[in-house]
Design a protein around this ligand. Structure first.
Ligand SMILES: C[S@@+](CC[C@H](N)C(=O)[O-])C[C@H]1O[C@@H](n2cnc3c(N)ncnc32)[C@H](O)[C@@H]1O
Length: 286
């Protein structure tokens, strides 16, 4: 009884913001990576990727906004199954796609090879990646930036700054601080929580959602109890205002060029749940 009490106390324990990083477990695990690929390719739900009509519209806008054509170099961080990378390659861009999910990279490569597209897919953790050369456009799409801790974000922004061509652009999207207000702390439990998302084997799943008001961070902490193992997966989400983001960018030699409501160029609204940023390298005037 005593042991059960302590296990439940551990499950319900609120860690420090970004204390644990477990993204790899979510995206590269044999079972959940298959589920995630299904979500990427499912037009009914905007979960791992947005639906294909949105992506078509987004790639149309990106192509015109950033003058994508033959010879333009694009890096797509967290490219998943290549839904943006392959479309941009069809417009003539030379694309490098980076993702640590073997399953997604294999899907992206197979699709690209079938059409003879110019995409260099790299199965890597982007936190450790060192891309050679400079890029006219760097993408990080679908709120990936928000899953990173402050030091990981700094690491990525420094990489982006180094890898951008002098007039290159960085495009990414984030959760807005107004949507932080709509999140609530909850505790949930269920046999095979999320309809078997976490395992093929029977399991009991706990979800603890914690809010960090000062930091504007939300954690969905999943504890998955199977017959032979217990896993804890920490899904972090940082919420931003244009000002907090601008501050982070400026510390890494980048500045905001423009704001949009999404990566399809919809005009910015301060009431939206998300927003997208185009950033450039800061120009040094002497
Ligand atoms: C929300 S999905 C977005 C995929 C794609 N950008 C899209 O919108 O279709 C995030 C992607 O980032 C990848 N990812 C997350 N953290 C990563 C890391 N540290 N290194 C490499 N890939 C990562 C995941 O495997 C996943 O494919």
């Amino acid at each position: 009884m005593d042991e059960l009490f302590h296990q439940l106390a551990e499950i319900n324990k609120k860690p420090k913001p970004f204390e644990f990083y477990t993204s790899e477990q979510l995206w590269t695990n044999e079972h959940t990576s298959r589920k995630m690929l299904d979500f990427h390719l499912n037009d009914e739900i905007d979960l791992s990727s947005r639906h294909s009509q949105f992506i078509d519209r987004s790639v149309d806008w990106i192509t015109s906004r950033f003058a994508v054509r033959k010879g333009v170099k694009v890096a797509d961080f967290g490219c998943g199954p290549g839904l943006y990378s392959n479309r941009l390659a069809r417009r003539g861009a030379s694309v490098t796609g980076i993702d640590f999910s073997e399953r997604s990279i294999r899907y992206a490569q197979t699709t690209a090879a079938r059409e003879g597209l110019n995409v260099n897919y790299l199965q890597q953790n982007y936190l450790d990646s060192n891309l050679e050369g400079q890029f006219d456009l760097i993408l990080m799409v679908m709120l990936d930036f928000c899953a990173l801790s402050p030091s990981q974000r700094r690491c990525m922004l420094q990489k982006f700054c180094q890898s951008l061509a002098p007039d290159g652009s960085l495009l990414f999207d984030v959760c807005s601080s107004s949507s932080f207000e709509n999140r609530n702390e909850v505790t949930g439990f269920g046999p095979n929580l999320l309809e078997g998302f976490w395992s093929d084997e029977p399991y009991y799943g706990f979800l603890n959602t914690f809010k960090y008001d000062d930091e504007k961070v939300v954690l969905d902490k999943y504890t998955i109890v199977e017959a032979t193992r217990v896993r804890t997966i920490f899904n972090w989400m940082q919420y931003f205002t244009p000002e907090t983001l601008e501050h982070e960018l400026s510390k890494c030699g980048l500045c905001v060029d423009s704001l949009f409501a999404d990566v399809a160029g919809t005009p910015y609204s301060h009431t939206g749940d998300e927003f997208a940023i185009v950033a450039k390298r800061e120009t040094i005037t002497v």
